[in-house]
Design a protein around this ligand. Structure first.
Ligand code: C5P
Length: 221
């Protein structure tokens, strides 16, 4: 079955605090967008849709053009992640779609392949990792209890779907979810998972960059 990747890259990057859209922040001399395109390039989907920050579409277009050899489209994002996914999905005509956060820019291509393989038997597949911290349920400043860690997983991307089911679930949804797997579950679909990767950590704050250099530290951009 044909497979598309929708790469959502329209976030503001407010929590990074570098004053530019997160996907345009440079890490070790390359933008987050360019890093995220490396795994997509080795995965080789039939179709790629990049969802760009709405104020910077030409810049995104140029970056993708210069770093991605396959067929691609660039569309402007929405005000929520879900809105951005909906914008990207409008252009998808492949049977399967993998929705990936550009902010998880070091995800290995193997994870894309594992998610795609899972879609042979499931309508929705996500990569997920075991939780290593002890997780507390809280209210205000009170700890109410401790979750059973063995039953918890941290969800990552790319999240894979049968395109027609995801399009229908988004069209019918009245709520905004933080990921499309939650949206699919609310629409009554089962969701399965494959093992994710520690390399898929989402870049959210400066601390997530570790020892890597950024625009801020190098003065680039
Ligand atoms: O904000 P957060 O880090 O959870 O965003 C996850 C991914 O969704 C990022 O790659 C970001 O660029 C994207 N996003 C988007 N449109 C938005 C908000 C986030 O494409 N309105």
């Amino acid at each position: 079955m044909s497979v598309a990747v929708v790469l959502v890259a329209a976030g503001n990057g407010e929590r990074l605090g570098l004053g530019l859209p997160k996907a345009l922040v440079q890490i070790d001399g390359k933008t987050i967008l360019e890093h995220s395109l490396e795994a997509v390039s080795s995965f080789q989907p039939n179709q790629l849709v990049v969802v760009a920050h709405e104020d910077r579409v030409p810049e995104f277009q140029e970056l993708v053009q210069n770093s991605y050899a396959g067929k691609f489209s660039v569309v402007p994002g929405g005000s929520s992640r879900q809105g951005s996914v909906a914008n990207g999905l409008q252009l998808v005509d492949s049977a399967l779609v993998l929705v990936h956060d550009a902010a998880r820019c070091f995800t290995p291509a193997e994870v894309f392949h594992a998610v795609q393989a899972g879609l042979e038997t499931s309508p929705c597949v996500i990569p997920a990792l075991a939780v290593t911290d002890t997780i507390k349920r809280v209210s205000g400043d009170q700890v109410l209890g401790t979750e059973d860690r063995d039953q918890l997983r941290a969800a990552q991307t790319p999240q894979g779907f049968h395109t027609n089911l995801l399009k229908a679930a988004i069209a019918q949804s009245t709520e905004v979810f933080t990921d499309e797997a939650a949206l699919m579950q609310s629409a009554g679909h089962s969701v399965s998972f494959v093992t994710g990767s520690p390399l898929s950590k989402k870049i959210t704050t400066i601390a997530d960059l570790g020892e890597r250099t950024t625009n801020q530290r190098t003065g680039i951009g």
